[in-house]
Design a protein around this ligand. Structure first.
Ligand code: ADP
Ligand code: MG
Ligand code: ZN
Length: 474
């Protein structure tokens, strides 16, 4: 049965670009820092201060555009968007309205549906307001003023929360591969405005609402679901959806109206008089094309062809650029790609989840991972010892060799000790031995466990089983 209503979603995604300095001044862009220490007269908007465009920002925007199949605008211009808000000391934002740097392009979903982009434009970020409930006052931190942003605007082509999440994941992945943003959603360096409407299939677009600055996949998924349900319920009751901006409350799992668009403000856009148009010539474009790295799709295909890895594993790995970098560098250090992939997909990802960090934030040297893998494969350390090593190396930047010694993980390599423990266990468990010899081979696990206990876990379980089997066959 076809659904009675269809959800229509269009996104405006803001990505902070990872340039070292801001878009119109030399101040640093690093996240955090003492409030108001990454500031100067330009980004604070002091009278008379003039912006100078950071060409690195255009380079990143062009790379993003090429990665997303956009057309690059050869003569791109900045515009002034005027409005007053305390996080914007200049009282205007330098942005692009009429001639954005990239146009068109898009992302193909796994279903084959193509989600079109309208444009990518460059603009400056605003500061941050911190509302202090204790003193009932608001503090302004202007460190973020002038951090370069690209705004990626889609056509209203998305049709479900699942499509929105897949699109966002894919976009994040492509931007990370292109090296233009760090993609840290929890720090706000990637955030999406959701435009949502509903309609009966075949009808024209309905009235949309907007939810700004959504910065987690979970919140995005819930917000789209809950908002489309709210709109459908309104229409079924014979009421009208109001065009408005709503705020998503993640704790209460609902949204509430913030401001109506019926009295939308007029931004009095006009071409920015303090900046010249930017001409992107053939030479510049060619350079950018050459700088274009391997993108997720090509990487996936190469991994399928080159490594013997399950399809699903390749897909998970390739979604996160940092994981592919770790895999390739670990392999360069001598580990087999298959082992590296297994460790990354199990232990490395688990560590990221436990620490609530993105893989890109994990300070794990590929050399260390390769050494841990070698120690386990060589039977020097067992798998759980390998896990302990990984955590130890991460916690203190210790060298793997030193950590093996410090944690006492070296397995009893000494075959005499192994042989002695096996002899003891066989003597202590005549019933199990008889059962094994009568064909109940499952008791081998029990006997091996007894040996491991005697050896206090410091033995290679594979070697123990092997020796047990030999002994029992005698
Ligand atoms: P505005 O000028 O108000 O910002 P735009 O036309 O620029 O509006 O569109 C902003 C975003 O809203 C785009 O991502 C677009 O795809 C999306 N959008 C436009 N109309 C609808 C609609 N009816 N339903 C859902 N999204 C929409
Ligand atoms: Mg818009
Ligand atoms: Zn500055």
């Amino acid at each position: 049965m076809p659904a009675e209503f269809e959800t229509v979603i269009g996104l405006e995604v803001h990505a902070e670009m990872n340039t070292a300095s801001k878009i119109f001044c030399g101040c640093e862009t690093a996240f955090g820092g003492e409030p108001n220490t990454h500031c100067c007269p330009v980004c604070m908007g002091l009278p008379g201060a003039l912006p100078v465009f950071n060409g690195g920002v255009a380079e990143k925007a062009i790379l993003a555009g090429l990665s997303l199949g956009c057309e690059i605008t050869r003569e791109t211009v900045f515009d002034r968007k005027n409005y007053f808000y305390p996080d914007l000391p200049k009282a205007y934002q330098i942005s692009q309205l009429y001639h954005p740097i990239c146009q068109g392009g898009g992302i193909e979903l796994a279903s084959g549906r193509f989600i079109r982009l309208r444009e990518i434009h460059m603009e400056e970020d605003a500061g941050k307001l911190i509302h202090d409930p204790w003193t009932e006052s608001t503090l302004a931190d202007y460190n973020r003023c002038g951090v370069p942003l690209m705004e990626i605007v889609t056509q209203p082509d998305l049709r479900s929360p699942e499509e929105v999440i897949e699109f966002m994941q894919s976009l994040k992945s492509i931007l990370e591969y292109a090296g233009v943003t760090d993609g840290k959603m929890h720090e706000g360096s990637l955030r999406a405005d959701l435009n949502i409407s509903v309609r009966r299939p075949g009808e024209g677009f309905g009235t949309r609402t907007e939810m700004k600055n959504m910065n987690s996949f979970k919140a995005i998924q819930r917000a789209v679901t809950v908002e489309s349900e709210r709109q459908i319920a309104l229409i079924k009751r014979g009421e009208r959806v109001l065009q408005e901006t709503r705020r998503w409350d993640d704790n209460r799992d609902l949204s509430y109206p913030m401001r109506s668009k019926e009295n939308a403000q007029d931004y009095r856009y006009f071409p920015e008089p303090d900046l010249p148009a930017l001409h992107i010539d053939e030479g510049w474009l060619n350079e950018a094309c050459k700088a274009l790295p391997e993108l997720p799709k090509a990487k996936r295909e190469r991994y399928f062809a080159q490594f013997v890895l399950p399809r699903h594993d390749v897909e998970i790995l390739c979604q996160t650029h940092a994981l592919t970098v770790l895999l390739e560098r670990t392999a360069e250090q001598g580990a087999s790609p298959k082992d590296a992939a297994n460790w990354i997909l199990s232990d490395v990802l688990r560590l990221c989840r436990e620490r609530e960090i993105e893989p890109a934030e994990l300070q794990l040297a590929p050399k260390a991972l390769a050494e841990i893998i070698a120690a386990v494969n060589g039977g020097r350390v067992n798998r759980s010892g390998g896990r302990a090593l990984l955590e130890h190396v991460l916690a203190g930047e210790k060298a793997v060799e030193a950590a093996i010694a410090e944690l006492g993980l070296e397995l009893a390599g000494d075959e005499n000790a192994l042989g002695a423990s096996i002899a003891e266990v066989l003597a202590e468990n005549p019933d199990a031995v008889a059962n094994y010899r009568a064909g109940k081979v499952k008791v081998l696990g029990f006997l091996a466990g007894q040996c491991m206990q005697k050896l206090k876990g410091r033995a290679d379980p594979r070697r123990v089983s092997e020796l047990l089997r030999e002994e029992l066959a005698k």
